[in-house]
Ligand binder design. Structure first.
Ligand code: PEP
Ligand code: MG
Length: 883
């Protein structure tokens, strides 16, 4: 088998389509090489080796060693150097590269192959002894840290002590002899810490590094990251071994990162940072403040450090051309890493760049307008769930801003919360219902869980490409990075700025769009949904087949949903209309009444309220379909609990509170979600369904007459298990429609349908469809009853299921397509057989989940219905499902 794929000198054994085998980085290095771009030669050890490694007790396939030797020889041929050679040594970098980029794994080891002998050759070959020993000490530190697990602080401490003793302040003050001396100290420390001398054999170094990459696939951070991003463990990572090029060879050398378009706004402008005379991770590490690449960006940032455009004009021109070529080739915004060695440009990585939702939309729309993508491709490019970011609030421009500090606008949107200084604490407070802002000097992959828990992230160090900025953008969390005037003191859990000291728990607001850090809570505004958002949604609407409705019962929710593009109401939960303080007494009266007369008295109070609710909803929805569900109260939600509540109802009914209390106890249920709810209520007390039907039909007549356009209500019966139940309730509804028509003299159009939310109903859908004119899948209850898992209690026992991999995703979040989905398909098929053209929709929470929407498209439902804020997500997901 081929375990190693080489690249370099204008050709490669791999290409970009081989990402599964070569990882993202390896596949793109091969592709760039094939394109004739300047890529240091190298080879990729495939992800299959990683799989093999774990399947075989952390060992390697037999043929690997010789294939690696061949790869090394090939790099040697192209560079004219020899790995391990004393006189003319080849040095390499070793990097991990999974299919999906994964912070949390071992990243990079540079300068591998250096030892006490080869360092001298490097000094001689480069004519720069200082550079050679600087590279060697970096290698010892990196390798010892990553492979030998010697903590960084060992080396930092040695360096600090040495600088202090010599009276140096900057690393650049150190001479070749200084670094030489420190190399000796570093090696001694490694031996003290590990009990073994620092490995001098380059081949031992190489296999140590390769092993570290594969091992890092299973470290805790990588495992956590995979869980948060649903990346399967089986994918494995590749390892890239590549000839070193040096960005730290003096003033004509540099290293940098760039995006071909602005990753925050999507604007068509090259956006990046670089450092002269620096190596590898110096730019992202936030140790030195990087310089801008373009002159425009430098001016905008008001930086006095020269741009690359000015400092290295020839390399700049070449780089701009390469960036444009890559963007055209990949037809997407690229995230680039490069190094300049003594005036020569080398490309080290290209990949589709991470971006904010706002940038994602703008870039997709722009690329389509530039002719690089079709409109359908543009629609497919935007992650539906990411739209959520755009629906986030921003700071009201009219609000007073008490600015504490200004950092970089690293990830847009505004957030507010209590400040906390550790990720563990952020997670704990979030679990206790607090909103927090995570404040760190800088973040590292160890902070992923804290960043996830926080509303927003604030760091005092690091640029736009720092860990905090990149990860926050990926998560869609507001982030301000590099707010350098803030002083964070972890020991006292305080943050000081401009003579003010803020303690843990004090509230700040961060504005990730301007970089401002503001004191206290500041008024926020809802987002604007025009521009590229509207354009792309328009394109999505042209390709989607599924209709998108909303679950709404309040006028406010219905209005929001309409502005988000809802095409009707798929579920109006009437019980939610009764929680209001004034109404709940009447509802309790109705529930606690011990005869029909008592109930009718309470219902008479509720009728006018219901009627006016429905009139308002019909008016807001202006001709769009509205599905109203009859009362489906898990009774416990309405029962009075306290003596004061009972007394209030007793007074309203003129009843004895003791009798009422006894009645309430009688109605108390052991398992209310499987109790006296849904159509069971209408079967026992038909007068309730009658009141609601009357309110619906009278409202339809009123709204129809007011608007001059007939309103066609869809009346929905919940929690049906048998056709007989539906027939009984439906007869009452039909009779009420007849009565209202007679009383008002108006004619009425309406349909009656049912929820399919019990397994029996799904199986008996063929029979039920004889009476039901539409089905709406209540996948919340259907999931609950199919799994036998209580909706309200699931969290406590689902977590271990997720952790142990028994289920991949919470079935209440994303539809269990195998089990619950099978019931949906069966019901759809049987329903259609009885009543061709029966209208089918879904109104469980899954109606707003992109994966579940794909399933709904496959089964051929007519619409999905979801909460108002998920309507845009559903529109886009429905379009992608149709492509
Ligand atoms: C459902 O069960 O999926 C549903 C939409 O109804 P509810 O959540 O109100 O039970
Ligand atoms: Mg339900």
């Amino acid at each position: 088998a081929q375990w190693v794929y080489t690249f370099g000198d204008g050709k490669a054994e791999g290409q970009s389509s081989m990402r599964n085998l070569l990882g993202g980085k390896g596949a793109n290095l091969a592709e760039m090489s094939n394109m004739g771009l300047p890529v240091p030669p190298g080879f990729t050890i495939t992800t299959e080796v990683c799989t093999w490694y774990y399947a075989n007790g952390r060992s390697y396939p037999e043929a690997l060693a010789s294939q690696v030797e061949t790869g090394l020889a090939q790099i040697g041929k192209l560079t004219g150097k020899v790995f391990g050679d004393a006189a003319n040594p080849l040095l390499v970098s070793v990097r991990s590269g999974a299919r999906a980029s994964m912070p949390g794994m071992m990243d990079t080891i540079l300068n591998l192959g250096l030892n006490d002998v080869t360092v001298a050759a490097l000094a001689l070959g480069s004519g720069d002894e200082r550079f050679a020993y600087d590279s060697y000490r970096r290698f010892i530190q990196m390798y010892s840290n990553v492979v030998l697990e010697v903590d960084h602080h060992n080396f930092e401490e040695i360096l600090e002590v040495y600088k202090e003793r010599k009276g140096f302040t900057l690393d650049t003050d150190l001479s070749a002899d200084d670094w030489k001396h420190l190399v000796g100290e570093y090696k001694r420390r490694v031996e003290e810490e590990t009990g073994k001398p620092f490995p001098q054999d380059p081949r031992e170094q190489l296999w140590g590094a390769v092993g570290a990459v594969f091992s890092s696939w299973m470290n805790q951070r990588a495992i956590t990251y995979r869980r948060l991003h649903a990346i399967p463990e089986s994918w494995g990572t590749a390892v890239n071994v590549q000839a070193m090029v040096f960005g730290n060879m003096g003033e004509t050398s540099a290293t940098g990162v760039a995006f071909t378009r602005n990753p925050s706004t999507g604007a068509k402008e090259l956006y990046g940072e670089f450092l002269i005379n620096a190596q590898g991770e110096d730019v992202v590490a936030g140790i030195r403040t990087p310089q801008n690449i373009t002159e425009v960006a430098r001016t905008a940032a008001g930086s006095d450090k020269p741009s690359m455009e000015k400092a290295l004009p020839e390399v700049y021109d070449q780089f701009i051309a390469v960036a444009a070529t890559l963007e055209k080739h990949y037809r997407d915004m690229q995230d680039l890493e490069f190094t300049v060695e003594r005036g020569k440009l080398w490309m080290l990585q290209t990949r589709n760049g991470k971006r904010t939702a706002k940038a994602s939309l703008k870039i997709a729309v722009d690329l389509a307008n530039e002719g690089l993508l079709t409109r359908e491709e543009a629609v497919a490019r935007v992650e539906p769930a990411s739209l959520d970011q755009l629906l986030h609030p921003t700071i009201d421009p009219k609000a007073e801003r008490r600015v504490l500090a200004t950092g970089l606008p690293a990830s847009p949107g505004a957030a507010q919360g209590e400040i906390v200084f550790s990720s563990d604490e952020a997670e704990a407070l979030k679990a206790a219902g607090h909103k927090v802002i995570l404040v760190r000097v800088e973040t590292s992959p160890e902070d992923i869980h804290g960043m996830h828990a926080a509303e927003g992230i604030l760091t005092t160090r690091g640029g736009m490409t720092s860990h905090a900025a990149v990860v926050a953008r990926g998560m869609g969390k507001p982030c301000v990075s590099g707010a350098g005037s803030l002083r964070v003191d972890y020991a006292t859990q305080t943050m000081a700025v401009a003579g003010k000291v803020l303690k843990k728990g004090e509230v700040v607001t961060i504005d990730g769009s301007t970089g401002q850090v503001l004191l206290g809570e500041v008024a926020m505004l809802q987002p604007e949904l025009s521009g590229e958002f509207a354009t792309l949604m328009g394109w999505a609407d042209q390709v989607r087949r599924l209709k998108v409705r909303t679950n709404a019962e309040t006028p406010a929710d219905a209005r929001v949903a309409v502005t988000f593009g809802a095409e009707g109401i798929g579920l109006c939960r009437t019980e939610h209309m009764f929680f209001d303080e004034e109404r709940i007494v009447a509802v309790r009266e109705m529930i606690l009444a011990d005869d029909e007369k008592g109930r009718r008295a309470a219902l008479a109070k509720l009728l006018p309220m219901q009627r006016s609710d429905f009139v308002e909803l019909f008016e807001i929805m202006a001709g769009l379909p509205v599905t109203i569900r009859l009362l489906d109260p898990p009774l416990h939600e309405f029962l009075p609990h306290t003596d004061a509540e009972i007394a209030e109802v007793a007074a309203a009914m003129g009843a004895d509170p003791r009798k009422l209390k006894a009645r309430a106890e009688e109605l108390h249920e052991v398992n209310p979600m499987l109790g006296f709810r849904g159509c069971r209520l209408a079967v026992a007390y038909p007068e309730i369904a009658e009141m609601q039907a009357r309110a619906i039909f009278e409202a339809a007549v009123i709204a129809g007459q007011k608007s001059g356009r007939p309103v066609v209500p869809e009346v929905m019966v919940p929690l049906v298990a048998t056709k007989a139940e539906l027939d009984l309730v439906k007869a009452r509804i039909v009779a009420m429609a007849e009565a209202v028509m007679k009383e008002t003299g108006a004619s009425l159009d309406y349909i009656v349908g049912t929820m399919i939310e019990l397994p029996r109903a799904a199986l008996q859908a063929g029979k039920i469809a004889e009476s039901a004119e539409f089905f709406s899948f209540g996948t919340n209850d259907l999931t609950q009853t199919t799994f036998g898992i209580s909706r309200d209690d699931a969290a406590s026992f689902l977590n271990p299921y997720l952790a142990k991999g028994i289920i991949e995703i919470d079935p209440f979040v994303s539809l269990d397509q195998d089990g619950v989905g099978e019931l949906v398909s069966i019901a759809a098929e049987r329903g259609r057989k009885t009543r061709p053209g029966i209208k089918l929709g879904i109104c469980g929470e899954h109606g707003g989940d992109p994966a579940s929407i794909h399933f709904c498209e496959k089964v051929g439902l007519d619409y999905v219905s979801c909460s108002p804020f998920r309507v845009p997500i559903a529109r886009l997901a429905a379009a992608q499902a149709a492509l």
